[in-house]
Design a protein around this ligand. Sequence first.
Ligand code: ATP
Length: 233
Amino acid sequence: MTCKGVTARYSRITVVSGVDLSLHAGELLAVLGANGAGKSSMLGAIAGIVNGGGEIRVRGRSVGRLSTPARAATGIAFVPEQRGNIFATMSVRENIDVGLRLLPPGERELQREFILELFPILKQRDQAMAGVLSGGEQQMLAIGLALGRNPDVLILDEPSQGLAPAVFDILEHAFDILKRKGLALLLAEQNVPFAARVADRYIIMSYGSVVQTGGREDLENPEELADAFMGAG
Ligand code: ATP
């Protein structure tokens, strides 16, 4: 996926402008930045759930002008902050069925198997209501739901937020498997140590623009990096 000049706005207020990024199959790009820097808005504009503009290409196809559902059909999946895509009063199985519903019927069982192998706990919790799951289980379900359509690009907004460190290991392992499968992952994170564990590259946003980019080697001192942007808005 390549994005050029991405903007995001609420009503007439532009909160993100001029963001360029490229994301290759099999890599994870972390979007870092303080509260209010524009990470969520930028991800939302790429996913098509926040108004915005710019050139967004997935596998060479320009998708920036497509509606949200049409954009999802081109291979972009979005996991919102606070696992906002899951249905609390439906079971784990029903939630996964919702994710799978737009896949051709013949491909659904294979994709279900893949999701349940990625997060085996979801198999054990098959009949549990999503609302009673732990935060970590809910995050796994949110990712599982988003994977239902077998996307090429998976966008996650603060997946580590509020989770126990034990869940970080599970997410790190899952991201590795997804990268090996060829997905491109884009995630916003405020938890820089977690981002440092999973990211191949990163960008730092401040006041709606990208102010720094770097590679894995620059993530070796996550605390220093966090100090560099925290408070920068
Ligand atoms: P956080 O981690 O706190 O979500 P962020 O880096 O993701 O921060 P955004 O949530 O994208 O930042 O916020 C960017 C700017 O857009 C902020 O100034 C914020 O106040 C504003 N903003 C966010 N959501 C809305 C909204 N629904 N309506 C109006 N302004 C908004």
